[in-house]
Structure formats: C-alpha cells, structure tokens
Design a protein around this ligand. Structure first.
Ligand code: TYD
Length: 242
C-alpha cells in the first residue's frame, strides 16, 4: 500500500497522503465513538464493514450521477480516494423526526417529514457542532450562497437515491449526515463516508435500529450484529469481501 504521511487522524478514520498528490488513502479503524468522542470502544472488523458499506453506497451514487471521492477499495478497510479540501459542514437530511430534532423542537418522534429537513451543523468538536444557517455560514467564511445551494441540492439528491436503495433492502433511511469537499479544480464532491455510523437505519418491518444509535444507547453488544445485517442486505453475494 502506497501510504506516505498521516495527514489527518479523526475519531474513526486516518487519512494518509500517497505518491499521487491528488489521491489519499483513508483507513477505516475499528474504533466507535459517541458524544463528541467522549465514549470510545473498539469493535473488531467495524472498520471493514463501514469501508465496504460506504464504498458500495458511493458506487451506487456515482452510477446515479453524484460525484464522490471514492476511487477504489484496495483492502477491506482501506479506501483510495480523491484528495479533497473538506468543507467543515455536516449536512444532515431527515425523513422521520427523531434524535436531537425531537429533543430540541416541538415535533413528535416518528413524524414523517415531507419535504425532508436539511440541516447544516458546523463540524467542530470544540464548539460541539452548533447548527448553522445561511448567514452564519457566510459570516464565518465557510461557504458562499452558491455553494450552500449546491450542498443542499446534492444532499437531497443523495437522500432520494438512498431512500430507494435502502428500501429495496427492507431498510428505512430515517436520517443521515454527509460531508463534502472540493477537489483540486474546485468541484464539490461527496466525501467522508456513508455508513451505519452516520445514518439512522430502521428495519422496515420491525423498526429495529440497525445503526450507531445502538452504541449511543449503550447497547454495545448489538452494534456489530446490526452493521453485519446492513452489510448482508445491501452487498450482493458476489461482492462480499468480509
Ligand atoms: P441527530 O438527530 O442530530 O443526532 P443526535 O440525536 O445523536 O444528536 O442526527 C441526525 C443524523 O445525523 C443521525 O443519523 C446521525 C447523524 N449525525 C452524525 O453522523 N454526526 C453528527 O455529528 C450528528 C449531529 C449527526
């Protein structure tokens, strides 16, 4: 593996330079965290499950015309990706009300949100990821109005594609978080990952949780079974590598 210098060590992924200036290697570690990283555990093979799930989803999105940073998955927990300058915004799309939305606003748990809610949070653990709005984003110099509009329309397109993709696997896409970045030519591409770490996924029949919410709720022993279930449902047998 053509891994050179560690340039970013996040809570669950490490990013390395390669001999190609336009490419990076993203290593998905087996760490799992909650509460701005305050609680952390290691779960065997979690990095591989997330890398394979994320790669599959990025390929599905590419096939539908959404540009992503994905290039290849040379090892089960290692993604080769286009190098991006990440935009420090977590774009959250919500189809069903739950989590912080029902804690902070008078909306009941389980309310269907049509049209979906698009929310942008400032990605900064020191400030505890506060929610942004267009004028804050511009005042902080994070993005222009044109870029905000691109992020919103890309997030909604991703939601449409993935809602159908997960529905075909018997899974409801309740909400999810995505991050974007700019390539060397200034194009905005989907980056980071889309995995059960950053999505709420509920079984369509039983409504049981199949995502990191289990860890947030302290049900640590159920987390890996849920991730493996998502993997088994969305990765066709001839693409299974774990
Ligand atoms: P949200 O309801 O705001 O999270 P919580 O209830 O934990 O405060 O989260 C909405 C979705 O976005 C959910 O699928 C988790 C994802 N998300 C992240 O992946 N990272 C984050 O920092 C946040 C705030 C949300």
């Amino acid at each position: 593996m053509d891994k050179k210098e560690l340039i970013n060590c996040g809570k669950v992924k490490s990013v390395y330079t390669t001999s190609n200036d336009d490419e990076v290697i993203i290593e998905f570690r087996d760490d799992i965290t909650a509460g701005d990283g305050e609680r952390k555990e290691v779960m065997s093979k979690k990095g591989s499950y997330n890398a394979v799930i994320s790669s599959k989803i990025f390929k599905v999105l590419e096939d539908e015309g959404v540009e992503t940073q994905f290039i290849d998955l040379p090892e089960t927990n290692v993604m080769l990706a286009k190098k991006l300058e990440m935009i420090p915004i977590e774009v959250i799309v919500r189809n069903i009300a739950t989590g912080s939305l029902v804690r902070k606003y008078p909306i009941s748990e389980g309310t269907k949100l049509n049209p979906p809610i698009v929310q942008m949070d400032f990605k900064d653990d020191e400030y505890h990821d506060p929610m942004l709005n267009d004028s804050l984003i511009k005042a902080l110099g994070i993005a222009s109005q044109e870029e905000i509009d691109i992020l919103t329309s890309k997030a909604l397109k991703i939601n449409e594609i993935l809602t159908e993709f997960f529905a075909d696997a018997g899974i409801i896409l309740v909400d999810f978080k995505v991050e974007f970045g700019k390539d060397s030519e200034g194009n905005i591409l989907l980056g980071d990952e889309i995995s059960p770490d950053g999505c709420r996924l509920w079984d369509s029949e039983t409504l049981e949780m199949l995502d990191k919410e289990l860890f947030r709720k302290g049900k640590d022993s159920e987390v890996m079974d849920a991730y493996v279930e998502v993997y088994n449902r969305i990765i066709p047998d001839d693409e299974k590598v774990i």
